[in-house]
Design a protein around this ligand. Structure first.
Ligand code: ADP
Ligand code: MG
Length: 330
């Protein structure tokens, strides 16, 4: 008898964890966006997000603990940024196999350096023992009423933008796994992007009144744009030549570049949509935040996601997003 196809991460969440009927009116946005939004009747809404990192799945036991401390918080701040929220505080639940003082000193140095940069304070947590290191951070931020960036509000005709450059984190992981050879110096710069991603918090804040929709790219451009398209009931056309890639990436064969830049994970850049009339405002927000942004395509009324080349011809790209239960080997 043929076995049933594996249950995907997002189908699993939708089928077993999503309970729309019990939604509370103070939960302005629940499951399905980068943050939940809590409306407690003030002029700001609370944005809340949580992310879990486990040894062997998200990081290797020999990872630099300072980088791990940074990344555990960065991935949460990135979700706050995707909602346009200002970080306020976070909770840290941590399970340790065998606590070591040097490891904890380095981990907390990485963690608190980033926390301080964003004036985000540790407000509580939980500590326990487990076979493998597991880190769960829950971060809280605030966003002015009516200004939160959602996945569900992209409109046909909008431009599609992305911050920074895409694919270097996935490229660095492949290099670390010795799946490809690269010149050492730029490869180490890519490893830095993988291990110490920069959450685009200030850009998110500046886009509140400019962008129509946003998400952070954690599972690959195609997959995460797919979440915006699904939530907004629209399609999109991406111009491959406009997808921002590092000089290191551009040295690779085209198929590898597409794999890393369209489907690679862990970039933590902001992917957002904005009306064409707001192009100067987008550029101004990016300049104010000190971040490069690239216009990579446009939202269409329907038609799913298509990627076109310099001549406008549709390209055949295998670019699904990362799914924890149907992994391609991250
Ligand atoms: P992100 O990549 O932004 O962290 P995910 O792709 O991990 O978001 O999750 C998608 C959505 O599903 C989010 O709104 C998240 O809060 C929600 N979600 C994930 N796992 C669960 C769960 N076990 N129970 C309830 N909601 C969940
Ligand atoms: Mg996210």
């Amino acid at each position: 008898m043929a076995s049933a196809p594996a249950l995907g991460e997002f189908e699993l969440i939708a089928r077993f964890f999503t309970r729309q009927s019990t939604a509370d009116p103070s939960l302005a946005v629940g499951i399905g966006d980068d943050c939940a939004l809590l409306d407690v009747g003030t002029d700001h809404l609370w944005a809340v997000t949580t992310d879990l990192l486990t040894e062997s799945v998200h990081f290797l036991a020999e990872v630099d603990p300072a980088a791990l401390g940074h990344k555990a918080l960065a991935v949460n701040l990135s979700d706050l940024a995707a909602c346009g929220a200002t970080p306020r505080c976070f909770f840290l639940a941590i399970a340790l196999a065998a606590p070591s003082e040097p490891w904890l000193a380095a981990f907390t140095q990485g963690l608190f350096t980033l926390a301080k940069r964003h004036r985000c304070v540790l407000a509580g947590g939980d500590t326990t023992r487990a076979a493998a290191v597991t880190i769960c951070i829950t971060a809280l931020g605030t966003v002015p009423r009516g200004q939160a960036l959602l996945r569900s509000t992209a409109a046909a005709g909008d431009d599609i933008w992305v911050s920074g450059e895409l694919g270097d984190a996935a490229l660095a992981l492949a290099w670390r796994r010795e799946e490809l050879t690269l010149p050492e110096r730029p490869a180490l710069a890519a490893v830095e992007r993988l291990e110490r991603p920069t959450p685009r918090v200030e850009l998110g804040e500046r886009l509140r009144t400019v962008a129509t929709a946003a998400i952070d790219v954690s599972d690959g451009l195609a997959g995460d744009l797919g979440h915006i398209l699904q939530a907004s009931a629209v399609g999109a056309q991406i111009e491959w030549p406009a997808v921002p890639r590092s000089a290191l990436m551009r040295e690779l064969a085209p198929a590898l570049q597409q794999q890393f830049a369209l489907a690679g994970g862990d970039d933590y850049e902001l992917l957002f949509t904005a009306p064409a009339a707001r192009r100067p405002a987008v550029e101004q927000a990016a300049a104010g935040a000190g971040v490069k942004v690239s216009r990579i395509g446009r939202v269409t009324a329907a038609g799913g996601l298509s990627v076109v080349d310099a001549t406008g011809a549709r390209m055949d790209t295998a670019c699904d997003g990362f799914d924890h239960f149907q992994p391609r080997g991250r």
